[in-house]
Design a protein around this ligand. Sequence first.
Ligand SMILES: [Zn+2]
Length: 338
Amino acid sequence: MASPLTASRLLQALRDEGVRVAEVDGWRDHNRNHVGRWGPVNGVMLHHTVTGPGTDVVGLIYRGHSALPGPLATGCITKDGVVHLTANGRANHAGGGDGDVLNAVVGESYGDRPPATHEHDGSDGAVDGNARFYGWECENRGDGRDPWPRVQYVAMVKATAAVCRAHGWGHRSAIGHLEWSDWKVDPRGIDMTDFRRDLAACLALPAAQWEGDDDMALTDDDVRKVADAVVAKLLAGGGVLENSDLDRVWGRDVIPAARPPFHNDDYFEADGKTVKNPTWTAKYTQQTQIEGIRETLTRVKELQAVLAALDPAALEAALVARINGLTATVTVTDPQEN
Ligand SMILES: [Zn+2]
């Protein structure tokens, strides 16, 4: 049983966690506490907004719409990773859900996933989630294709960690809307088990230390996009690399050139001092190496031919004749004493 954080405590917790926070005017007194309970609180719920560019998504979460009055969440986490505080108290985000899921969250007594939900808003056995969960509405089309920018995802983990840390909760106190209501699919494109693993990593560190996992899991949609791009490139270019790619790499005139006398007649101007051509392209460097190897092979072959033509007996006879012709005179002088 936990009492809700005050507005100031929530704001401080977010700031302590290193989250970029924006306060929407009036958020401290904005809630749905007049129509239902707020608290005891037991967890944090993640959502997607089903909005694209050009929507005043923060205004939407603050005000709500004709069918659903605002606030629609505690805060709205936009794609740029800013947490816009829109409510202090009960908000219209969770609706009815499964009491077994609530119990599993309260006890943090499940493994990777809470028990499957069999309830939704208005169903006979549904319990009120708006009283029990803080809510983050996260800007995303929710179509399964709209990406979750890393900066936004990190903000979602950290904002959730801020609330959990302030209450002393663990990572199992965070669930996705789809884990609460069997009508819902949000936050689409995020695997809540992965999210909770990152949340656990964040909570294991002091506040504001976690900056995200570099090898953050790609969503299935990300993987599909990469695969599609590779196939498109293969089909369009006839290969992974097109000639233009090869030229870009092999044609860059940046490799230090060999200095004379090695294969570089135009290294200097005619004066032999002023540097004229000090760099080569990779293509030319490679060509020069091949020419050098060919030249070396030619000379080795010539040397082999000379060695093969040698007659050891003739060599020995010539050597003996030379030695016999030598006259040596050795003069020995007594050393002087000093
Ligand atoms: Zn939702």
